[in-house]
Ligand binder design. Structure first.
Ligand SMILES: [Cu+2]
Length: 73
């Protein structure tokens, strides 16, 4: 796994974050995260500004990766 300082998103392109591929990794989490919860995340875009969304918390040990993914790292 290599930490990327930024992820290019070409115009009209789609960038997918998924297990086994590009993903967001939460570090220094303050409280426990349990499946069923949602966490609010904000992506910051150079020209489009911030986009905030809610992401579900799932157990990576029991959740099947999407087709084409190789599972959690
Ligand atoms: Cu990672």
């Amino acid at each position: 796994m290599v930490r990327l300082p930024e992820v290019p998103v070409p115009a009209a392109a789609t960038v997918r974050f998924e297990p086994g591929g590009l993903h967001l990794m939460l570090l220094d989490i303050v409280g426990p995260l349990t499946p069923g919860m949602e966490v609010e995340l904000t992506l910051r875009f150079a020209t489009a500004g911030p986009v905030t969304f809610k992401a579900p918390v799932v157990d990576a040990r029991t959740t099947a990766p999407p087709a084409g993914g190789s599972g959690p790292h």
